[in-house]
Ligand binder design. Structure first.
Ligand SMILES: [Cu+2]
Length: 249
């Protein structure tokens, strides 16, 4: 079933892809056995855009947010993003799958997931500048020149995110991001590919997220994990962003 939807949606973006700019985006989200649509950059040309959990973004080139914009609201949920008007239903403690539409193997780097609480009003009217995110997962350098992004490619471009089991029910934004480091040995050479997805979390959890920060405070262009040479011999990688992971325990 996934394949048929996948094929049907190819033309939306197909005309825009050139081999030189073929990065990727989250095309589907699978949660509690259901399929949801992510933001396809080609949706920009639909008026109005479809009502989906994925936040809109002005990225018809399937492009990235540059470190020059890391203090700018574009880093929050990609360029000129506006909230998705629907949401993904997911049970706390379960794992959702993010299905990327391709990813180039040259674009090595970390994959990081964040959550922000939208409050009782839900996320469709959220002010992105007010969202306070906690990091819930991060994967990065593994060994040699093997990175989390290589795991994504090996797993047919699927990435799994576990929603903390104790998270209290409510409306949240999942901020999912790959930071590509192929040009990151130069200042402003890293490429952030953030995507936001609205979640409606259900379950018996009671923990509110705490200690979150606005995404405009995550990264600086000279952070050691942003200005980083992936082509030398790597012995460790300092994952950028908040140093602690919110587990809900
Ligand atoms: Cu690229």
């Amino acid at each position: 079933m996934l394949l048929s939807v996948f094929t049907k949606q190819l033309p939306v973006i197909g005309a825009l892809i050139t081999s030189a700019s073929c990065h990727g985006f989250v095309q589907f989200i699978v949660a509690n056995g259901k399929n949801y649509t992510g933001w396809d950059p080609g949706f920009r040309f639909q008026n109005p855009p479809p009502s989906i959990p994925g936040w809109t973004a002005d990225n018809p080139d399937i492009g990235f947010v540059s470190p020059e914009s890391f203090a700018n609201p574009d880093i929050i949920c990609h360029k000129a993003a506006t909230p998705g008007q629907a949401y993904v239903d997911v049970t706390a403690g379960s794992t959702l799958t993010l299905q990327w539409f391709t990813w180039p193997d040259s674009h090595k780097g970390p994959i990081i997931d964040y959550l922000a609480d939208c409050g009782t009003a839900g996320c469709a009217e959220a002010k992105k500048e007010s969202l306070k995110f906690v990091k819930i997962a991060q994967a990065s350098w593994k060994s040699g020149n093997d990175w989390a992004s290589d795991d994504l490619i090996r797993n047919q471009f699927k990435w799994q995110v576990k929603i903390p089991a104790t998270l209290k029910s409510g409306h949240y934004v999942l901020r999912h991001e790959i930071i590509a480091l192929h040009g990151a040995s130069n200042v402003d050479g890293a490429q952030a590919y953030p995507q936001c997805i609205n979640l409606h979390v259900t379950g018996a959890g009671s923990k509110s997220i705490s200690g979150g920060v606005p995404a405009t405070k995550f990264y600086k262009e000279n952070d050691p994990g942003i200005l980083f040479n992936i082509y030398g011999e790597i012995t460790s990688y300092p994952v950028p962003g908040p140093s602690s992971i919110w587990t809900g325990s």
